[in-house]
Design a binder for this molecule. Structure first.
Ligand SMILES: Cc1cc2nc3c(=O)[nH]c(=O)nc-3n(C[C@H](O)[C@H](O)[C@H](O)COP(=O)(O)O)c2cc1C
Length: 386
């Protein structure tokens, strides 16, 4: 019998609107003065709600100009460090960190994400970004940045090398036969020996193959070129789809591209961002939204960065809409972007998730050990063997 379609759900541990003023509504001081305990509470709430993963976006620069910081919150922590620190207080939820291909080397990325995957027994994901624009390179003294049109090819090669490095050791390479003193089977260790347009990397990696084979690969974008690249190489697309009609067109377009790469429909998950505001009545939810907007400086500027799907109403109306997106193929799931924290995440987990579970469109518990398995994604074959 075919398995019933279920939503995949994740949350960011950042409230981007707080950069524009809603920090006034929140106990922001906890995130600044006791960040470990404040973030621990968030991730534990997310795991209590059985969310598939937490997702930390990132930039390598402040978002506001120094003169803006009088009114705006522009503080956040580095995602890989943060998620690694949160690991011990979780056991099932996935951990997705953003890291740029422009400001890291493939060897850095391969070892950091392989390490998180081992430490979490297979719950790591990498959100691959290629840092557009000039506002970040000023922090690295880089004057020789690749032109925009070349960054996609650069990132493709970067990702290819990282996967080769993760595959340096075959799954069965480490033998640990103490009686005969045999640590590893040298025939199962692969030197990368990559010489391409952008990288010259010998390898191998000094870390055995990650439990998931490859940590889950997330890519964020919307453009034509992005869709093609993601269809070939991503496990999850994080994107901005403001309406169900736009989402259905995007979904169909991306999924049909999978055939070219001999991939099946379920091998790439489309998870648009979702802003969710919950009330006891629909009117109350819209009142809350209005209140947040009044707190928010330069809302227009915020929206001109694009618009995420928004679900505003009671737990029941929100669950109805989310289920509709799933059933009508607008999305495989959502990455929740709270407007205020911790309240927004508490509302989502304690009010909306139980309704989704009752309707049978979201799981009641984690069924598997690794993030890939929980998301229904295949464990990749070793690229040195295929
Ligand atoms: C929903 C969404 C979230 C993104 N998050 C980040 C991020 O956290 N950090 C970052 O550097 N770029 C981020 N990006 C930018 C993308 O990584 C990418 O550089 C950009 O979308 C270019 O892709 P395009 O070909 O679709 O224009 C995001 C893009 C989208 C659509």
């Amino acid at each position: 019998m075919p398995q019933k379609k279920m939503l995949k759900l994740a949350t960011t541990l950042l409230a981007p609107a707080s950069a524009h003023g809603t920090w006034k509504n929140t106990p922001i001081e906890n995130f600044i003065h006791q960040p470990l305990s404040a973030y621990q509470k968030l991730i534990q709430t997310a795991e209590e709600g059985k969310l598939d993963f937490v997702f930390q976006p990132d930039r390598y620069a402040m978002l506001a100009s120094p003169t803006d910081i009088t009114y705006k919150n522009n503080l956040w922590l580095e995602p890989i460090t943060l998620l690694t620190a949160l690991l011990p207080c979780t056991s099932r939820i996935g951990l997705a960190a953003t890291a740029s291909t422009i400001y890291n080397e493939p060897y850095h990325i391969a070892r950091m994400f392989a390490s998180i995957d081992h430490l979490s027994s297979g719950r790591a994901a990498w959100n691959v970004v290629s840092s557009r624009g000039d506002f970040e390179n000023i922090n690295f003294g880089k004057t020789d940045l690749l032109p925009e049109e070349e960054r996609a090819a650069y990132t493709e090669e970067f990702l290819h090398v990282v996967k080769k490095l993760w595959d340096s050791w075959e799954d069965e390479a480490v033998i640990l036969n103490k009686r005969e003193g045999i640590f590893a089977d040298a025939t199962k260790l692969h030197v990368t020996n990559h010489q391409g347009d952008y990288f010259d990397i010998q390898g191998p990696l000094s870390i055995s193959r990650p439990p998931q084979g490859h940590p889950v690969i997330i890519q964020a974008g919307v453009s034509e070129h992005f869709k093609e690249r993601a269809a070939e190489t991503a496990d999850i697309i994080f994107t901005m789809l403001p309406t169900l009609d736009i989402a259905k067109t995007f979904y169909k377009d991306v999924k049909k591209r999978l055939v070219t790469y001999k991939r099946q429909h379920h091998e790439l998950l489309i998870m648009p961002g979702a802003q969710i505001i919950v009330g006891n009545t629909v009117e109350e939810a819209y009142q809350k939204k209005k209140h947040y907007e009044e707190q928010t400086i330069h809302l227009q500027a915020m929206q001109s960065t694009g618009r995420h799907a928004s679900f505003i109403g009671t737990p029941q109306t929100i669950a109805d809409e989310m289920a509709q997106w799933l059933h009508e193929e607008g999305a495989d799931g959502f990455i929740f972007i709270p407007t205020v924290l911790p309240e927004g995440l508490d509302d989502f987990v304690h009010k909306v998730v139980p309704v989704l579970q009752q309707r049978g469109v979201f799981k009641k518990d984690y069924m598997n050990a690794t993030l890939r398995e929980n998301l229904g994604l295949l464990r990749p074959r070793n690229t040195h063997l295929s």
